[in-house]
Design a binder for this molecule. Structure first.
Ligand SMILES: NC(=O)c1ccc[n+]([C@@H]2O[C@H](COP(=O)([O-])OP(=O)(O)OC[C@H]3O[C@@H](n4cnc5c(N)ncnc54)[C@H](OP(=O)(O)O)[C@@H]3O)[C@@H](O)[C@H]2O)c1
Length: 287
């Protein structure tokens, strides 16, 4: 029986850790990548690489050859639903047994936000495919404060009001994925992945200020200003709209509940924001 695990999104935040953790745990790992040079920088020569692009159906067959399990990280682009579903169909044809899909919190029956709707449509397609599946639905990543909204001029500008969320560290998301891909009992399960506590942005800036020893403040900006700022930064309009939907949901503290799913799967409590801040302090020393 095919034992190889194919990791998609392997050069990204979550997929990189999934790949490294799997390679330590023992199964044959194959990273499906668009950019070999970037992948070699991430993994050295340790990991088997295969050309893979969701936008190139012709790359699916080679990537899936001999694969038993897949870590599926859908590309965050407007054609996500069609491309990801086509890949799921190819996985089924190739004899894959289990798909562990990175989804998103709130991607249940009728998500009130665009990216949630895309993930829900992919989840539905996987259910209907008959493939074994596990859905991982993480809350907002702590790492978004590095990638999407880092401090600028000593402040984090977000239209969150006093909203809170139980941010999760991507390393925990990756640990859950790696454990699910290498142990039994996870088929048909849905894990909602959160950190250990709900935080507002004022809490986040206080923790980052403590870790760096510099002033970092929260500026609660009107939605229109957030929109203009993102557009001026060159973020495409569809993505700005999608991000503003998420900000509006978080302003209402809709995703502040804490779950025990990280610990249930990994046996370890989730990383807290103070630990995240310490581990990434160099990212917050300026800006
Ligand atoms: N950010 C959050 O707070 C949050 C919360 C819940 C769920 N999510 C979900 O998490 C996912 C993003 O995860 P992440 O932060 O780890 O992503 P990331 O760091 O942005 O990395 C994206 C990965 O996908 C690859 N990729 C992009 N387009 C591709 C394509 N056409 N074909 C093949 N590979 C492609 C990228 O490859 P290259 O290196 O070649 O670009 C990269 O490896 C999304 O599905 C998002 O909805 C995010």
């Amino acid at each position: 029986m095919a034992k190889t695990v194919l990791v998609t999104g392997a050069t990204g935040m979550v997929g990189c850790d999934v790949t490294k953790q799997l390679s330590r745990k023992g199964p044959a790992v194959r990273a499906g990548v668009r950019d070999r040079v970037k992948a070699r920088k991430r993994f050295g020569d340790e990991i088997d690489l295969v050309p893979f692009d969701f936008e190139d159906v012709g790359s699916f067959g080679g990537a899936l050859d001999g694969v038993g399990k897949v870590f599926l990280l859908p590309p965050l682009i407007p054609s996500q639903v069609e491309l990801t579903n086509a890949f799921v169909d190819a996985a089924k044809r190739a004899g894959v047994r289990h798909v562990v899909k990175l989804s998103a919190i709130g991607a249940d029956a009728a998500p009130p936000f665009t990216v949630g709707k895309w993930h829900a449509a992919n989840e539905q397609h996987i259910r209907e495919s008959g493939l074994g599946f596990t859905f991982l639905r993480p809350n907002s990543f702590m790492q978004n404060f590095i990638t999407y909204f880092p401090p600028r001029d000593g402040a984090i500008y977000l239209p969150w009001g006093n909203g809170t969320a139980s941010f999760v560290d991507t390393r925990d998301v990756a640990s859950v994925a790696a454990d699910v891909l290498t142990s039994d009992g996870h088929e048909g399960k849905i894990y909602t992945l959160t950190g250990p506590v709900a935080l507002g942005i004022a809490d986040v800036t206080r923790i980052l200020a403590g870790a760096t020893g510099r002033d970092i403040n929260y500026v609660d900006v009107p939605e229109a200003d957030a929109r203009n700022g993102m557009l001026q930064a060159g973020i495409p309009t569809w993505q700005v709209d999608a991000l503003l939907e998420l900000h509006a949901i978080n302003k209402q503290s809709c995703w502040s509940a804490v779950t025990s799913d990280v610990e249930k799967v990994t046996g370890k409590p989730p990383i807290d924001f103070a630990q995240f801040a310490r581990d990434h302090v160099e990212n917050f020393r300026s800006g």
